[in-house]
Ligand binder design. Structure first.
Ligand SMILES: [Zn+2]
Length: 286
């Protein structure tokens, strides 16, 4: 699943290549991914329109077009966007293709057919599930330490991994970067937010910024085509059994609310504050 650093890279790339290009035609290979909130067919609606700009909002990537139309893409788990240049082969599992006036093609591909492409009148995002329920944008000015501390106290009963991964609270941190953030902050993924000290919370807030920035730099540095997922820089994610880059301890995998999480048991110790130590709790008097 593309995460924020991936989407930022994709959006920057598209802004630099297809923005200001005109759509010649649209071809739908898998209608199941398409949601039209305008009259007529996709072809009728977008042919002849110019792409004016690209922006992201949580997991959504929006291409603004002339005549007040927005094409909003949610790539979900396995979806990707390919910018196919003349002479290149299309990626497999194409669901939708937009041919542009520079003879390049934008393909939305998804083997799982879970991706969604919405065509809506500009700004009318209410029809798009989860668009308006995104929490505080972590890249926005409003994501201050005070705001973060406020969110942490509102959600103190959650495990920290669930807290930072919940897009309705913070928008948005996916599974891979959630693991990397907790590794950076040295916090065990199952720690309850209520158990985090003030210092832990500040460190976690800093880690959200530094890890997402690091992710963006690494993805950019890799200079891969936008349909390729860049994960080589990950330090704990999907590295079960490999040595921790800091201390050499084997990376562990555990489940948190049905999600696999990866962490270093040495650098991210499960403090005793995490669990109730029943051996030290006195029996109630009978
Ligand atoms: Zn370690």
């Amino acid at each position: 699943m593309p995460e924020l650093p991936d989407l930022e890279y994709i959006a920057e790339y598209l802004q630099g290549t297809v923005a200001h290009r005109t759509i010649i035609s649209a071809e739908i290979h898998k209608p199941v991914i398409l949601r039209l909130a305008v009259a007529g067919s996709l072809q009728d609606a977008v042919a002849g329109k110019r792409i004016e700009g690209v922006k992201i909002h949580g997991p959504f990537l929006t291409m603004r077009m002339t005549d007040k139309l927005d094409l909003v893409v949610n790539l979900m788990v396995a979806g990707k966007i390919q910018h196919q240049r003349p002479g290149e082969r299309p990626q497999g599992h194409r669901c939708l293709s937009l041919s542009l006036d520079d003879k390049t093609i934008l393909n939305v591909c998804d083997p799982e057919l879970m991706a969604k492409v919405y065509l809506v009148p500009s700004g009318e995002y209410g029809v798009i599930p989860k668009y308006q329920s995104q929490g505080t944008a972590i890249t926005g000015k409003e994501f201050t330490l005070d705001r973060f501390l406020e969110l942490a106290s509102l959600h103190s009963r959650k495990q920290v991994r669930v807290f930072i991964n919940d897009h309705t609270i913070m928008s948005s941190i996916g599974n891979a970067y959630a693991d990397e953030i907790l590794f950076e902050a040295g916090i065990h993924p199952k720690t309850f937010v209520a158990r985090l000290s003030g210092e832990d919370r500040s460190r976690l807030y800093e880690a959200i910024h530094s890890v997402m920035e690091w992710g963006k730099t690494e993805v950019k540095k890799a200079r891969k085509p936008i349909h390729e997922k860049v994960r080589d820089h990950m330090r704990v994610r999907n590295r079960r059994g490999e040595p921790c880059p800091r201390c050499g301890t084997k990376i562990r995998r555990e489940g948190v609310r049905g999600h696999d999480v990866f962490f270093c048991p040495q650098c991210q110790p499960a403090s005793r504050r995490l669990f109730v130590d029943w051996s030290k709790v006195g029996r109630p008097k009978e």
